[in-house]
Design a protein around this ligand. Structure first.
Ligand code: P6P
Length: 337
């Protein structure tokens, strides 16, 4: 495949641009790429093999656990443990974080926060789902075990973040703080290949993504913003388009490419918002802001929020910079009403 750069080749090339890089983060990203290929194979077979449906259990979030949730969780944790670059994982599927005690990982400098299969309720209806990961350097002594402190770091401290979207094609999108790059899995060679170099989100857009079923419990400013989106825009003679898949990775990935805003405000059922700070909002915010977008909880940048516990939730408004700023303007006005 002349002219095609694989994820492994790209990661190694980028590493050479950092003379002090030891290659640990590069190897960690490649470990994640391997797990993604394995999960992708099962996601694509779902429906043909007994991996659809529920396990009959609920996770720490009180959410139904699908068989593919468990499979993806196990695969990513195994790849991280065997890769030797990661010392511990905090996963949506596990109440507490996991420490790798094996010799392979004993000097590892990184920990990973992971949503192994986000949007899994969509699996049984063949709608895109995703994996979200956030990578931090440890802040506790490397000779000791990881502690909650290693995970409860602000999003600003992320060493890397990314997602895999298992959709019409499977893509891995990530950042290490030097821009955002997207790789599409070529099944014929089993490699993620650079397909979306240096991704930038449009400064504005005409798409908003929100579960309008919760409209009545939204803050007044969010209601005003949604009413604004429904008005006819004199410039285009059209209102905004509502696009909501119910899979955070898929909704944000679309808006990253076409422009738009994704909103998950606080609601009556979720007074602190539904989405989790550590392994959903921080990594997606790092990526979107690196692509020139904006991500806040309505008043603070998501990545400035001080985490207090592993499964902490937050409201999130994320996407094209001008749309998020517009939303924040409505929130300020709405706060006065
Ligand atoms: P609702 C999927 O369960 C998820 O965690 C995100 O992927 C998605 O954006 C959100 O919840 C959908 O939540 O309440 O609209 O079904």
């Amino acid at each position: 495949m002349i002219g095609v750069e694989t994820l492994d080749e790209f990661v190694i090339r980028k590493q050479t641009e950092f003379p002090y890089a030891r290659g640990d983060l590069s190897r960690l990203l490649r470990d994640i790429g391997l797990a993604a290929k394995i999960v992708n194979r099962e996601v694509n077979k779902a429906g043909l093999v007994d991996i659809l449906g529920s396990t009959g259990k609920t996770n720490v979030q009180g959410e139904e656990v699908k068989k593919l949730d468990v499979f993806a969780n196990r695969r990513f944790i195994a790849a991280l443990e065997l890769g030797g670059q990661c010392r511990g994982v905090a996963s949506e599927e596990n109440k507490d974080f996991i420490t790798f005690r094996d010799g392979v990982s004993k000097d590892a400098d990184y920990v990973v926060a992971l949503d192994p299969l986000d949007g899994s309720s969509n699996i049984d209806v063949n709608v895109s789902v995703g994996t979200i990961f956030s990578i931090y350097r440890r802040v506790t002594p490397s000779e000791g075990p990881v502690t909650a402190e290693d995970f409860l770091q602000k999003g600003r401290n992320q060493a890397a973040a990314g997602y895999i979207i298992y959709g019409s094609s499977t893509m891995l999108v990530y950042t290490t703080g030097y821009g955002v790059n997207g790789f599409t899995l070529d099944p014929s060679i089993g490699e993620f290949c650079l397909s979306h170099p240096d991704m930038k989100i449009p400064k504005t857009g005409k798409t908003y993504s929100v579960n309008q079923g919760n409209f009545l419990s939204f803050p007044e400013g969010v209601k005003q913003f949604i009413r604004h989106c429904k008005e006819i825009d004199k410039a285009t003679d059209r209102p905004y388009s509502l696009r909501y898949i119910g899979s955070m990775v898929a909704d944000i990935h679309r808006n990253l490419i076409t422009g738009g805003i994704f909103l998950y405000p606080a609601t009556t059922d979720a007074p602190n918002g539904k989405l989790r700070l550590l392994y959903e909002c921080n990594p997606m915010s790092f990526i979107v802001e690196q692509a020139g977008g904006r991500a806040t909880d309505g008043s603070r940048h998501i990545q400035d929020i001080e985490p207090r516990e592993l499964h902490q939730r937050t409201p999130i408004f994320i996407g094209s910079e001008l749309l998020v700023l517009k939303l924040e303007e409505f929130l300020r006005e709405g706060a006065g009403s």
